[in-house]
Design a protein. Sequence first.
Length: 492
Amino acid sequence: MSISETVLSQYELVVGLEVHVQLSSQSKIFAADANRFGDAPNTNVSVITLGHPGTLPMLNAAVVEMAIKMGLACHCDISRYNIFDRKNYFYPDLPKGFQITQEKTPICKGGYLDIRVRKGNSKNYWIKRIRLNRIHLEEDAGKSVHPPDADYTQIDLNRAGAPLIEMVTEPDIRQPEEAAAYLATIRRLVRYLGICDGNMEEGSMRCDANVSVRKKGNIRLGQKVEIKNMNSMRNVQRAIEYEFVRQVTLLEQGESIQAETRLFDVASGRTFAMRTKETLNDYRYFPEPDLAPFVVTDADLARIQAAMPQLPEALMERFQQQYQLPEYDAAVLTEERETALFFEQVCQLTKHYKAVSNWLMGPIKSYLNENGKTADAMPLTPSQLAEVVALTESGAISFSVAAKELLAALAYCPEAQVKEVARNLNLIQESNTDVLLPLIEGIVAKFPQEAAAYKKGKKKLIGMFMGEVMKAAPVKIDPKKADELLRQVLES
């Protein structure tokens, strides 16, 4: 598709997202089957999951608490009286022929999330409030597996009956980057709350995007198209970018937008039609007759609220106030709960808060990325990092040497004493004035003509003197301290 930026600039993108979050309870939402990823196909099933006649579902209370936690984190109103509904449709991976969901009484109503949106890798961002329409509970379907070069489909029902919350936004998103930032915010929240691992690649979070376009200044919404099959934040952004151009192109050619469900092809970066869009009437919703209504009491809410952890936004604000960190540092450190907790543990052992932040955002983050590890597999203990910070801040070890050699050594010696490892690697630098000053005075006395030239303005000779000091020193010396003392001697 080829269309000019000038034409595109005349249109406005309008997006609403539906995000399915698979909750990390031990068992499924209405059955005792294991709720676990990666097991052999069709091993985590039961007669309830398979919809055998005469079986009755029973609501998992832990799932309800997880949904309420997410609702509280998103500033939602919690529904006190809740019923479930049947959503009827016929897919091979839906063994009962219907899905149990909440159509009439979503457990969480309204609410919002404030997101930070960045263009590319820029440190600059803008804050956008995305309103939520609802968060409701439902069960997942199974999974259709399409073997390569095969003319058949396999069905794995392990996921059937897995507990989900579906988070439905209002059509507030106007740029593809905002969609990606919204998903990143949800992933961070569910991980802080401990209700989902947030791994889109494994299907723990799935996103459908409702995309429409309209001429700028027009308040009437255009015909929306739903895009499915997006397994990463980047692919959600790519799919929306493509769909925006596709719809504008059709309108500019005088064609209409079809109400349909489309899929996103990762390889080509294009969306393609899957089926025409169903309406609510097609689903024939009615109250689930096999499940009694459930009530959320004031006592339930108070208990769940009391168990809520401190969330990223509150942590970020506290890190700036309590530890005097720049806003950017605080945002990076609170991206993952494990990193934030580790930072605070180290800060109990040192007052060099910014130095700790520099280590976590620099060498340690690089080490984790290079070794394919996550923040829950830190290469150092909190006490080890506090000691490393103390050594670098005192000048006993240079930051660059510690970041390269000492960190690598300690990662393989989790119980080792930091100073002992540093001494064994000959990394400790001498910074004692009483030791360095006589050495420097001897070098300056050895080169009287160069010393006189330095005093007359040839300041570049400082490099020559520093080289001689380094060669004459019997041990590693702190270059910063040596430079300071050398200038004092040369100028005295």
